[in-house]
Design a protein around this ligand. Structure first.
Ligand code: TYM
Length: 340
């Protein structure tokens, strides 16, 4: 039972974001916003997953800066380091260690079915490295190390959560109860924010600039991008993700950001035309981003404080992660050493 491995009375949340580019409105709606909404009810652990980021080529200086920038964004959306653990994955070596052990209970066949691997290897065909292939195992290690109950993510990570559950169950049945089997937490609306230019594709930071909203875009840029968003020629404002992906995407964005049911957003826009829909969407985005951007500017200016938060976060995370890792090492049959 879960209680056996839990020391905390609150259920545990773990999630992570790669510091691999600017953060988009998709990252905010699918993940960051929920991180904040869940912060009080759960024992939360939020990670800057820099080891995942190097599965595609990175510039070292830029990656270093982006790790701090992502941590600053965690704080800028309102996460409180006194309540949530915030740290960098590479600072806690237990992630890599557990990933190795889990590699040995994960099958090539199941990894080769991962959509993200197929997509990324098509995109980076000159660098189809083993890390890209075993990426989901490292993700499973991230989650399982902390006896996580719930993982808030966007819909694109569902398959990775399923393999994490499979790995946990397999390990538990081979070696005895070691891991809590986690659940994905995927929001009902907004779990897949779509590209502004190709609304049948997910909004992604690796696509051209005019397809996504960056969390640091100025109001003028947001208005311009939303104004140019692809809709359709039918001119009716209703939610229909299949037939009207562009319009539905804008309606979902407004609904989530304004915390208003889709139906009432749709009703209130009748007769406004696509111009009105786009103005409402841009207003909602600008209103959401303004306080986040102001906080971000303040936090990123004080690197020493930020570094201190990450250092403390890593120490606390390592203590917790090592409890699971030590137990796992014992179970797989590694000989004990001095500190145990
Ligand atoms: P990453 O860095 O690609 O994205 C971070 C989070 O943002 C969500 N997301 C979206 N949600 C809705 N609409 C979109 N267009 C959109 N784009 C991105 C993602 O679903 C994700 O929740 N493998 C993970 C990082 C990771 C992780 C973990 C997550 C590593 N270890 C452990 C949870 C737990 C990833 O690549 O996310």
């Amino acid at each position: 039972m879960q209680a056996e491995t839990h020391t905390s009375p609150k259920k545990i949340i773990f999630s992570g974001i790669q510091p691999s580019g600017v953060l988009t409105l998709g990252n905010y709606i699918g993940a960051l916003r929920n991180f904040k909404l869940l912060e009080d009810a759960y024992d939360c652990i939020y990670c800057v997953v820099d080891m995942h980021a190097i599965t595609v080529k990175q510039n070292a200086a830029e990656l270093r800066a982006r790790c701090l920038s992502l941590a600053a964004m965690y704080l800028a959306v309102g996460l409180d380091p006194k309540k949530s653990l915030i740290f960098c994955q590479s600072h806690v070596s237990a992630h890599a260690e557990l990933a190795w052990i889990l590699n040995c209970v994960t099958y090539m066949g199941e990894l080769s079915r991962m959509t993200q691997f197929k997509e990324k290897s098509a995109k980076h065909h000159d660098n189809i490295n083993a890390g890209l292939f075993t990426y989901p195992v490292l993700m499973a290690a991230d989650i399982l190390l902390y006896q996580t109950d719930l993982v808030p993510v966007g819909a694109d990570q569902k398959q990775h959560l399923e393999i994490t559950r499979d790995i946990a169950q397999r390990f538990n049945s081979q070696y005895g109860q070691s891991f809590v089997v986690p659940e994905a937490y995927i929001g009902k609306v907004g779990s897949r924010v779509m590209s502004l230019q190709e609304p049948t594709r997910k909004m992604s930071k690796s696509d051209p600039e005019d397809t996504y909203i960056s969390l640091l875009d100025s109001p003028e840029v947001v208005r311009r991008k939303v104004k140019r968003a692809v809709t359709d020629s039918d001119a009716s404002i209703r939610f229909d993700a299949e037939e009207k992906p562009g319009v539905s995407n804008l309606l979902s964005i407004i609904s989530v950001l304004m915390d208003e049911p889709l139906e009432s957003v749709t009703d209130s826009l009748q007769g406004e035309g696509y111009g009105g829909l786009k103005t409402r969407a841009a207003d909602a985005i600008i209103e959401t981003l303004a306080p986040i951007q102001a906080e971000y500017a303040r936090i990123i200016a004080d690197k020493a404080t930020l570094q201190g938060i990450l250092d403390e976060g890593a120490q606390a995370a390592a203590r917790r992660a090592n409890r699971t890792l030590d137990k796992v090492k014992r179970k797989v049959g590694f000989a004990p050493h001095g500190k145990a």
